[in-house]
Write a protein that binds this ligand. Structure first.
Ligand code: PNS
Length: 163
């Protein structure tokens, strides 16, 4: 049984995340999406809201589970019996931070292996931060996030979603 953990903030999930989740399910028997409880980052959505959105958007993947974690990722991985971390790499600019995290995780737990996956090229510039910014400013993000996320953003920011 090959279990991978796909950790992140997912505030909120985007089509780029969705793309990576789909790719992960084709390689691993079980993919645990692990939402970081990072209230310090002043997220737009609570952990429970982010988990609900992830659950709704991934219900067609029977091998995907949604969990949350605080503390070290490697400790969470031990608890769920996983030794693979999946992370998406969109551009070379992502690489330096991801490389440092992967090696730090390996330092903390020699079992931890990180697999980098590239999303489809049409999502290579999509990030949760930019999606929120563009939506706040009235831009069209329909192609960039799943419909439940678009609806939730529109409720939260009291703006029309143009769906
Ligand atoms: O989507 P993000 O915000 O880029 O995800 C970052 C995340 C959650 C993968 C990273 O912050 C993390 O793993 N945090 C847990 C704390 C930890 O284990 N830190 C040491 C490893 S670098």
């Amino acid at each position: 049984m090959r279990t991978a953990v796909y950790p992140g903030s997912f505030d909120p999930m985007t089509n780029g995340h969705f793309d990576i989740i789909g790719r992960g399910t084709r390689i691993f028997d079980r993919v645990i999406i692990a939402v970081l409880e990072n209230e310090g980052k002043a997220p737009l959505f609570s952990v429970a809201e982010r988990m609900d959105l992830l659950r709704e958007c991934t219900e067609t993947f029977p091998t995907v589970e949604i969990q949350s974690f605080s503390g070290l990722l490697v400790d969470f991985m031990k608890r769920v019996d996983a030794n693979v971390v999946v992370r998406g790499i969109r551009a070379v600019s992502d690489f330096e931070y991801e490389f440092q995290m992967a090696l730090m995780n390996r330092e903390l737990s020699s079992d931890a292996e990180t697999i980098f996956m590239m999303p489809a090229v049409e999502y290579s510039y999509v990030s949760s931060r930019l999606v929120k910014e563009v939506f706040r400013l009235g831009g069209d993000i329909r192609r960039l996030v799943p419909l439940p996320v678009l609806r939730k953003l529109s409720d939260r920011l009291a703006m029309p979603a143009h769906v």
